[in-house]
Design a protein around this ligand. Structure first.
Ligand code: BGC
Length: 367
């Protein structure tokens, strides 16, 4: 009797340890692998258009890493903006060729339902890369940087930057930008940032002078720089002729540089350059950060994300479930097993440290 009691206490303790070891992470999900596949199998990689450097780099890195892992890489880009249907047909071709895994950076998260269903019908696995694929049960894994965290870091950087650059200001005037409505990440970034900014808007420390605070008013079609620049031109002309602009929430570096151009053209960079945020650590933005023109970016090392996706491919090839480390991501249809990498905020203060192992970016931090 006594022995049984001790044993059950011990079992409960082990169970508790196991639980606390897992903390709140739920690594269960839709990802199951049956059978695996052979070396030399085709791995299809469908990437969106090349609207930021990370996508350009990802294509090259995927080709290298998949080849090195012993598989055949079929890497395709949706050729230009507004190309959901072209990406869908590229994926259909990968299915026809018998790809065993599809790694998809969706151009439009909602337009790939029939292609991923066809992949599953063929017995292939589907990994959503960087952007979740929405409204379909036919996605096995999601691998990305924690997008909500990216938005939170951007919102906090905007507040911190304005405090540092405008030490005498009691309130701050800002404008808000978000990405393409076709990209599910755009809303997650925006919501993450608003989690930080909304309380400051509510207590009137921060004012969105144009009043454009709904995501629909802030979107940038196709993530295209020209669209952000012309919206910023209009905002400055309409609301800032006699008003100081303290900061702009920009969701990425491409748009950040376009917003900066608009601010400079309108002469609103004087006497103090407003705080402009970013994301992606694009090579063209690092010198701007070091000279104080752009306040911040986010380090989301593309090599690490590509390597994580390829690690999943290797596990699937061996007939195993791919490793996941985060709560599953609901895509509007199912909970998709998720692996998140941690994004890092970068300003002038930590740029050299953050890029110290990056041969492209670290030299740009030396002045
Ligand atoms: C990516 C960002 C990128 C944006 C535009 C998003 O889905 O997460 O890193 O800046 O697309 O390409």
């Amino acid at each position: 009797m006594r022995k049984i009691a001790i044993t059950s206490v011990a079992v409960a303790a082990v169970a508790l340890m196991a639980l606390s070891g897992c903390s709140t992470r739920d690594t269960s999900g839709t990802g199951t692998a049956k059978g695996g596949f052979k070396a030399g199998s085709i791995i299809g990689v469908a990437l969106p258009d090349k609207t930021s450097e990370n996508w350009v780099l990802a294509g090259k890195l995927f080709t290298e890493a998949i080849t090195k892992a012993g598989f055949k890489a079929d890497v395709q880009y949706a050729p230009s903006a507004n190309t959901a249907s072209e990406q869908a047909s590229q994926i259909s071709t990968m299915n026809t060729k018998g790809a065993k895994v599809l790694i998809i950076g969706a151009f439009d998260g909602k337009q790939l339902g029939s292609q991923v269903k066809a992949a599953h019908d063929n017995g292939a696995k589907v990994i959503a890369y960087d952007r979740i694929i929405q409204d379909t049960p036919n996605v096995d894994y999601y691998v990305a940087y924690d997008n909500e965290k990216v938005g939170e870091l951007q919102g906090q950087a905007l507040l911190d930057g304005m405090k540092a650059r405008f030490p005498d200001a009691k309130t701050y005037n800002i404008e808000l930008f978000s990405g393409a409505s076709t990209d599910p990440n755009a809303k997650v970034f925006f919501d993450g940032a608003m989690k930080i900014l909304q309380p400051k808007i509510d207590d009137k420390t921060v004012k969105v002078v144009s009043g454009q605070t709904a995501i629909g008013q802030t979107q940038t079609t196709g993530w295209l720089a020209a669209n952000a620049q012309s919206r910023m031109d209009t905002l400055l002309a309409g609301h800032y002729s006699n008003t100081v602009l303290n900061g702009v929430l920009s969701p990425n570096d491409t748009l950040g540089r376009a917003i900066i151009k608009s601010i400079q053209t309108a002469g609103k960079d004087k006497p103090v350059m407003p705080v402009v945020t970013g994301q992606d650590s694009e090579a063209a933005s690092i010198p701007l950060i070091m000279s104080g023109v752009q306040y911040s970016t986010i380090n989301k090392d593309t090599t690490a994300l590509v390597n994580q996706a390829v690690a999943m491919v290797k596990e699937l090839a061996a007939g195993k479930k791919a490793t996941t480390n985060a709560p599953a991501t609901n895509n509007g249809s199912v909970d998709v097993a998720t692996y998140y990498l941690a994004p890092e905020l970068v300003t002038k203060d930590n740029a050299a440290e953050s890029y110290k192992n990056n041969p492209t970016l670290e030299p740009l931090t030396q002045q």
